[in-house]
Design a protein around this ligand. Structure first.
Ligand SMILES: Cc1cc2nc3c(=O)[nH]c(=O)nc-3n(C[C@H](O)[C@H](O)[C@H](O)COP(=O)(O)OP(=O)(O)OC[C@H]3O[C@@H](n4cnc5c(N)ncnc54)[C@H](O)[C@@H]3O)c2cc1C
Length: 500
């Protein structure tokens, strides 16, 4: 599948290189003794929750909460700091698939929720200081049928997509084997450099709210316990640098969340995904110079593709500044050992790494690819960036859920096995499990969760939920019961091996 993409902002596309000077290793001199809210995890989810709790608070009567964010490693060192940056929900396919699992009304809500991420993320990025094609006939025909359903049933999203037949698809994508393309307008498709967006957001929040937000990196939360009767707070969060008392605890910990909430382990598992960065062939167009097509309303920038080829989803995003390519995927290569993995320090398996190194010229065709480029970056550090076609290859851990929806919302005591002494004062919450599509799930999930928490702080209740927020994401017992716990997720896996 081919999808035309705008770039929200000219973010670079390399993994923590360089690391954010003010945020990557940030620590309080002394770990805070207490906080209204402890957020565990500093990726897109944790950052969105902190952002919306602090920035959307103005019109609310609740006081600005005191938030302590904990991160086991460097800031934003999980999936968000390792991803391809694609904000590209395949609305046509996802709507039809979601209807198989939930009601039509919920499926439509989820489809709109995901499509709204481009606007939401561009809006958020603009608040930061300045720096800051399907190629097989049947899948293509199926995608076109799905798009027709979407157009009929959710026209406000469906009308943002268009279909190009073979000749036009080949002409604009420079992929000789393309059989057709679905193109999304700038409203429903974009790209962002997750690491830079998140670390610059954290920097802005820490600068703007020094009394309300602390960030402690290299601080692993190892356990959460209910406090005794005399304690001032509901929970004690134990870390390797001391204990923090908190009224609310938020798990923004991706696939590691079941470490704290084992029941979620029946439906949420870690999967190792692989990603790579490439110079690209000298024959490929520079950003902004790709063949134009009707209805191309992209902002000037690189181009991006999702390709359903070779049995898995591959995706490519071109960096608008230097023309380099982020290429992720290889999911079609059978490596069952990638499921239930929680260690993202490992190198991709040989077959996947070889695929990532070699597949791009075969997508574009060697004629279009041209000669290999040799204009390596001036600041090349060969221990980190390789001098060759492939600049770097790495892994990240994604949180898969068995029904393909994230878990976002309040956790009942039945889930956590922890009695909450003073429910009016707080509780436990989760925002995790974005199924390899966090860029069009996690930001607005964080906004939704922050509204739920703020509402709880104002009314001491978890209700009501919001018109725009899909109830299908709530961590309910009924939802867990419906899931097939024998598929990928396992409660008995030790997820602490990476960071303890
Ligand atoms: C290789 C790869 C490519 C991807 N490409 C795309 C893409 O192109 N488009 C897209 O939409 N999505 C993509 N995704 C998915 C997307 O990156 C994720 O869904 C999203 O970043 C998840 O954000 P998060 O904040 O929930 O989790 P994370 O970013 O993983 O953050 C969780 C954080 O919690 C920390 N943590 C965990 N346990 C503890 C603990 N006990 N104490 C303290 N800290 C802890 C971790 O260190 C981590 O930093 C990709 C994922 C991977 C792995």
């Amino acid at each position: 599948m081919y999808s035309s993409i705008l770039f929200a902002k000219p973010f670079h596309l390399l993994l923590a290189n360089p690391p954010h000077p003010d945020v990557a290793d940030r620590q309080s001199e002394k770990l805070p003794e207490s906080a209204d809210i402890v957020i565990i995890g500093s990726g897109m989810s944790g950052t969105s929750i902190a952002w919306h709790l602090l920035m959307d608070n103005k019109s609310n009567s609740t006081k600005v909460p005191r938030i302590a964010m904990l991160e086991a490693r460097q800031a934003c060192s999980g999936a968000t700091g390792r991803n391809g940056g694609h904000i590209r929900p395949s609305s046509y396919e996802e709507y039809v698939d979601a209807k198989k699992v939930t009601t039509q009304e919920q499926a439509a809500k989820i489809t709109k929720f995901r499509a709204n991420h481009v606007d939401a993320l561009i809006g958020a990025a603009n608040k930061l200081p300045a720096q800051g094609a399907g190629r097989l006939e049947e899948p293509f025909a199926e995608a076109v049928r799905q798009w027709e359903t979407l157009k009929k049933e959710v026209p406000e999203v469906g009308n943002e997509w268009g279909v190009l037949q073979r000749d036009e698809a080949v002409r604009i994508s420079l992929m000789p084997d393309a059989v057709g393309a679905l193109t999304g307008t700038a409203k429903v498709a974009g790209a962002i450099w997750g690491y830079r967006f998140v670390t610059n957001s954290l920097k802005m929040l820490l600068d703007t709210y020094p009394k309300s937000l602390s960030l402690d990196t290299h601080t692993t939360a190892t356990a959460v316990t209910a406090t005794s009767k005399n304690s001032t707070h509901n929970f004690a969060v134990t870390t390797d640098r001391g204990t923090i008392l908190a009224n609310h605890v938020v798990y923004a910990t991706n696939s590691w969340s079941p470490h704290f909430v084992p029941m979620l382990g029946d439906a949420l598992a870690g999967g190792l995904l692989s990603m790579s960065a490439h110079l690209g062939g000298a024959g490929l167009p520079k950003p902004g110079a790709w063949p134009a097509y009707h209805n191309n309303v992209s902002l000037p920038g690189g181009r991006a593709w999702s390709l359903f080829l070779r049995g898995g989803l591959d995706y490519i995003v071109q960096n608008p500044e230097n023309g380099e390519y982020m290429f992720g995927g290889g999911a079609g290569i059978p490596e069952p050992e990638n499921i239930n993995q929680y260690d993202d320090s490992v190198f991709p398996a040989a077959a996947t790494a070889s695929y990532l190194n070699g597949a791009l010229p075969t997508y574009f065709g060697y004629q279009n690819w041209g000669a290999e480029r040799t204009d390596f970056p001036a600041d090349l550090h060969q221990d980190v960036i390789y001098p060759g076609r492939t600049k770097r290859v790495w892994t990240g851990v994604e949180g898969f859920t068995t029904d393909a929806f994230p878990f976002v919302g309040p956790l009942s005591q039945k889930f956590t096995n922890r009695a909450v002494k003073n429910r009016a004062a707080g509780g436990e919450w989760v925002s995790a499990g974005f199924n390899g599509e966090g860029m069009d799930y996690a930001w607005l999930s964080g906004k939704g969760l922050s509204e739920m928490i703020r509402n709880h702080m104002a009314n001491a209740t978890n209700e009501p939920l919001y018109e725009w927020f899909p109830q299908a994401f709530l961590p309910t017992q009924e939802r867990l019961r419906k899931q097939n716990s024998t598929s990928v997720a396992r409660r008995d896996v030790d997820r602490s091996s990476r960071w303890v």
